[in-house]
Design a protein around this ligand. Structure first.
Ligand code: 13P
Length: 289
C-alpha cells in the first residue's frame, strides 16, 4: 500500500529499528523489493534518484509503474515512493507525478537558503500528504551525479532544519555513497549523538548504507537512525549473479537468453540482499505493529 513515510518512521524511531530505503532502477528492482517487503511483512521505502528517474523515462513513468505493481502484486505492507537527493525542481516534478515522499537535498546551499527552500517544500508536501526529508552536512562520494565532500553536519543547523517540521533528517556523519575506502575513518557517533540530542524525536537518516559494518549500523540505530539507504549493494549483488549466469554459459543453453531467464538470478540476488538488510535493520514483522 502506497503511503507517506511519516508514520512508518515515527514507529521505527520509537521502536528502535530502521526502515530500509532501497533504490530502484527498473521493473525487476521494484518487483524484488516489493515482494521481499511483503514476504517479510516489513515497511519499505523505494528510493528514486534523479538519474534513475531519468533512466526510467521520467518520474511519471516511475510513479505509474510503482502504483500499478503495488496493486497487481497485492502488496499490503506500507510502501513509500521517495525521491532521493532531490533538487528543488525535482521535488516539484515528483510531487506532480504522484510520489508519496520527497527528499530535498539543499546541503550544497548556504544554510539560510537550505532553510528557506526546505521550509517552502515542507508546506507544499504536507499540504498534499507527502513526507519530506532534508539534508544537512553532506554524504561523501558520488551518486548519480550528486557529489558530496562528506563533511559532518553541524548539530545546530540540524536543529534549525528539524524545527521546520521535516519528517526525517539526513545528516552527514562521515558516511559515503558507494563502496567505503580501506582507510575510511568510520561513522562519527559523537556527531550523531549530538544531533539526536538537539533534534529529539526526529527520525534520522543514514545514507550510504552499503558496506557499513553491522556493529556500526546497530549503534547508529541506537542513536536515533530510523531510515537507512541502500543502493550500491543491490547493484553489486545483481551484477555478480548475472555475471555468474553468463560465465556459466547458461544464456546459451536452451532459451537461457530469454530476458525473463537472464535477469532472474540478479532479481533473486536483490531479494536476498534486501532480506539481509531488513534483518539487520530490525524491520521484519513491523508492517502492521
Ligand atoms: P549506497 O549506494 O552507498 O548504498 O548509498 C545509498 C544512498 O545513500 C542513497 O541515497
Amino acid at each position: 500500500m502506497l503511503v507517506s513515510a511519516s508514520e512508518m518512521l515515527k514507529k521505527a524511531k520509537a521502536g528502535h529499528y530502521a526502515v530500509g530505503q532501497f533504490n530502484i532502477n527498473n521493473l525487476e528492482w521494484t518487483k524484488s523489493v516489493l515482494l521481499t517487503a511483503q514476504e517479510l511483512q516489513s515497511p519499505v521505502i523505494l528510493g528514486v534518484s534523479e538519474g534513475a528517474g531519468k533512466y526510467m523515462t521520467g518520474f511519471k513513468t516511475v510513479a505509474a509503474m510503482v502504483k500499478a505493481m503495488d496493486e497487481e502484486l497485492g502488496i499490503t505492507v506500507p510502501v513509500a515512493l521517495h525521491l532521493d537527493h532531490g533538487s528543488y525542481e525535482g521535488c516539484y516534478k515528483c510531487i506532480k507525478a504522484g510520489f508519496t515522499s520527497i527528499m530535498f537535498d539543499g546541503s550544497h546551499y548556504p544554510i539560510e537558503e537550505n532553510i528557506a527552500k526546505t521550509q517552502e517544500l515542507v508546506a507544499v508536501a504536507h499540504n498534499l500528504g507527502l513526507s519530506i526529508e532534508a539534508e544537512v552536512g553532506s554524504i561523501g562520494g558520488e551518486e548519480d551525479g550528486v557529489v558530496g565532500a562528506g563533511e559532518c553536519a553541524d548539530p545546530d543547523e540540524c536543529k534549525a532544519i528539524a524545527d521546520l517540521g521535516v519528517d526525517m533528517l539526513a545528516a552527514g556523519i562521515g558516511n559515503i555513497h558507494g563502496k567505503y575506502p580501506e582507510n575510511w575513518a568510520g561513522l562519527s557517533f559523537d556527531t550523531l549523538d549530538a544531533i539526536q540530542q538537539k533534534t529529539g524525536e526526529m527520525p534520522l537518516v543514514l545514507h550510504g548504507g552499503t558496506g557499513i559494518p553491522e556493529d556500526m549500523i546497530k549503534k547508529a540505530i541506537s542513536l536515533g537512525v530510523a531510515k537507512i539507504n541502500v543502493n550500491t549493494e543491490c547493484q553489486l549483488s545483481f551484477a555478480a549473479a548475472t555475471r555468474e549466469y553468463i560465465e556459466a554459459g547458461k544464456d546459451q543453453q536452451g532459451k537461457g537468453f530469454d530476458p525473463r531467464k537472464l535477469l532472474a538470478p540478479g532479481a533473486e540476488a536483490i531479494k536476498a540482499t534486501v532480506k539481509e538488510k531488513m534483518e539487520l535493520f530490525g524491520s521484519i514483522g513491523k508492517a502492521f505493529e
